[in-house]
Design a binder for this molecule. Structure first.
Ligand code: HAM
Length: 414
């Protein structure tokens, strides 16, 4: 059998892993600025954690979860998203004693979707949650945090923030009833996929990508007309604050999100350069979810962004490496080379040798790696007790004693 990775999974290496690490650093720094604490949860959980909160009729639960029975006959599921595991962890570790709880995490999620550009079966998410406040300023904080992170990672990309309010649970029930009625009246023109959702999950028809569904959805009842006064006020306050902070947004009455737990504010960042998988980041409020999972009756809000989708948009210039390459021309100089290695390690200077006693090959490797320096050890160096340090950018070459190498490199690296 030919060796291959599982469909929808991918190995991360080279430039891609550099991008991943950069994203992770930038996320952690921004999280610290706003006092979000990192949390890591296991990759699998008991299956019943997910079905009810995400929605028995949601695509994720209906067809995308990787679930299995282990040897004890426990039903387990690879986490398809991070919000429910994070809430589970907050409850089981008594983290909800002091509110609000502001947490974030980065890690792999698993959904058995049809793989395509920007869509994998194992993918990585950045995830932020604020638990325990219904103040709209928490919504503002999370949206502005998402903007700051995306702006730092993708300074040249044009991203669009879409927002909507789904109102509270009662508004939503009333709205869904009216949507079902409306779609039943226009059933003949809907796609087969959408017809199946009329009674079970009419909200999802609103974000169908089928052209005929889109036309029907354009004249469907709009959620805004069903919002309670409180929900309307929060939505207006949110929009005013975003304007004040100069965060551009676009109201999108058909933005409903794919998971069932949302209410009130929902939002997404989209890009025109990602093809059909154009949502980089999505989130919203989920009042009621924490209680459903067995915790106190407190509200929450959060968002998640797909790391793979971010890397697709990231420009990554080749950076001049700060690793010094070594060219060793003959095995005879091994001991002399070991002195150099010990010295460079002590000075915390990164170095690379290709295990080849060949000057030309060492130079080729140094040039293709964008190294800025190469240190040469040959007959002359060995006999004269010095090292030749060559700057590959300027061509300047110096004969230096061991103890002078660090200062010379440090001066130039700056
Ligand atoms: P979501 O919209 O399902 O929300 O996923 C968030 C982001 O994860 C998407 O916008 C996308 O960038 C990325 N993503 C989702 N599925 C895939 C996939 N198959 N391949 C690659 N990337 C993908 C959530 O997961 C919610 N838990 C977000 C949230 C947090 N809401 C409140 N708190």
């Amino acid at each position: 059998m030919k060796l291959r990775s599982v469909r929808g999974t991918h190995d991360i290496f080279g430039k891609e892993i550099d991008k991943f690490n950069l994203i992770s650093n930038i996320v952690s720094r921004n999280a610290a600025l706003k006092n979000f604490k990192e949390i890591q949860t296991p990759i699998f959980e008991f299956s019943n954690l997910f079905a009810k909160p995400l929605g028995e009729q949601s695509d994720v639960v209906l067809k995308e979860m990787y679930s299995f029975q282990d040897r004890n006959n426990d039903f387990l599921t690879l986490r398809p998203e991070y919000t429910t595991p994070m809430i589970r962890a907050a409850i089981t570790n008594n983290l909800l004693n002091e509110l609000p709880l502001k947490i974030f995490g980065i890690g792999p999620m698993f959904r058995r979707e049809r793989p395509q550009k920007g869509r994998y079966r194992q993918f990585n998410q950045i995830n932020f949650e604020t638990l325990g406040t219904n103040n709209f300023l928490a919504d503002v904080e999370l949206i502005s945090l998402s903007k700051n992170i995306l702006k730092e990672l993708l300074p040249k990309s044009k991203l669009k923030l879409h927002i909507n309010s789904l109102g509270d649970k009662n508004n939503l029930i009333e709205y869904k009833k009216n949507l079902t009625k409306y779609f039943n009246e226009h059933k003949k023109k809907l796609s087969e996929e959408s017809i199946k959702k009329i009674d079970t999950n009419p909200l999802r028809i609103l974000d169908s990508k089928n052209e005929e569904d889109i036309v029907i959805s354009q004249s469907s009842p709009k959620i805004y007309e069903y919002l309670s006064n409180d929900a309307k006020k929060d939505y207006e306050d949110l929009k005013r604050s975003l304007n004040l902070l100069e965060i551009n947004f676009q109201e999108d009455p058909n933005l409903v999100r794919g998971l069932d737990y949302y209410c009130n504010t929902v939002f997404e960042y989209k890009s025109d350069n990602l093809g059909s998988q154009d949502t980089l980041l999505g989130g919203g409020r989920y009042d009621g979810l924490i209680k459903v999972l067995g915790g106190p009756d407190i509200p929450g809000i959060g968002w998640a962004a797909g790391i793979e989708r971010i890397t697709l948009l990231m420009d990554f210039e080749k950076k001049i490496g700060s690793t010094v390459h070594i060219a060793l021309t003959n095995e005879k100089f091994t001991d002399y080379f070991l002195y150099l290695q010990k010295y460079l390690s002590e000075k915390r200077i990164s170095y690379y040798w290709n295990y080849k006693y060949n000057l030309k090959k060492s130079f080729t490797k140094a040039n293709t790696s964008f190294a800025s320096y190469i240190i040469i050890i040959g007959e002359n160096e060995f006999k004269g007790k010095f090292f030749t340090v060559k700057n590959l950018k300027t061509g300047e070459q110096k004969e230096l004693e061991l103890e002078n190498i660090s200062n010379h490199l440090n001066d130039k690296f700056k």
